[in-house]
Unconditional design. Structure first.
Length: 221
């Protein structure tokens, strides 16, 4: 926004415009009266995006711990389909916060085969996201704390990959309505703010809006 200062410079005596006119007739000093253009640059708030996505469905294998279960062939197809949809919408994450479970890692690998930019994203696979997702009320505050530290100004979109019940709970809090996330479903949230830390303060959760809900089920896509 440009603000032109001229007539606002008023002191005792004639207005600036009057003094300029009188100067041409020799009635006042012929000193030049300058208009000063002042550039006012308001700090532009940047758009931040969060993708809350549940991992692909996993196989139930006897003797294999829950944390180690791999995704199924169907799960691979669903993850690919959702990644293609995200790519077509222009939601390209450049930072990833994911559970370190095998099924979460494999879901990410499938997505990376579709969204090549994920190869250059900052990756964080955390065991704590696996455990925190099972505790009531823990997931969103925990995600907020780690993103406030790990996400920088250059990070515009974060992919959060993990588990229910925490992921549904986090999505519902940000959307301010009940959100159900089946396997590979993704809730896309957007907000404008000066920093991740500001927007992820609990007092500012209401600034986030759910822009899109991608359903992995073939009937919904």
């Amino acid at each position: 926004m440009s603000l032109l200062l001229g007539s606002a410079w008023q002191t005792t005596g004639p207005r600036v415009s009057d003094r300029m006119r009188l100067a041409s007739h020799g009635h006042v000093s012929s000193r030049r009266v300058l208009s000063v253009k002042v550039e006012c640059h308001a700090k532009e708030q940047r758009i931040r995006r969060i993708v809350l996505m549940r991992h692909a469905p996993s196989a139930e294998l006897a003797g294999v711990k829950d944390h180690e279960l791999p995704i199924t062939q169907e799960g691979q197809e669903l993850a690919k389909r959702v990644a293609e949809e995200m790519k077509s919408l222009g939601w390209i994450p450049n930072i990833v916060m994911s559970s370190n479970s095998v099924r979460s890692r494999q879901t990410f690998e499938v997505m990376k085969s579709v969204i090549e930019e994920l190869s250059h994203a900052d990756l964080h696979f955390l065991g704590s996201l696996y455990t925190e997702s099972q505790l009531d009320g823990h997931t969103l505050p925990f995600l907020a704390r780690i993103l406030a530290v790990e996400a920088s100004e250059e990070h515009e979109c974060v992919l959060c990959l993990g588990h229910n019940k925490g992921w549904e709970e986090a999505a519902s809090i940000l959307a301010m309505e009940s959100i159900k996330l089946d396997h590979c479903d993704a809730a896309l949230f957007e907000a404008a703010g000066d920093s991740w830390a500001e927007l992820l303060n609990a007092e500012n959760f209401e600034q986030w809006s759910c822009e899109q809900l991608i359903r992995a089920d073939s009937k919904a896509l």
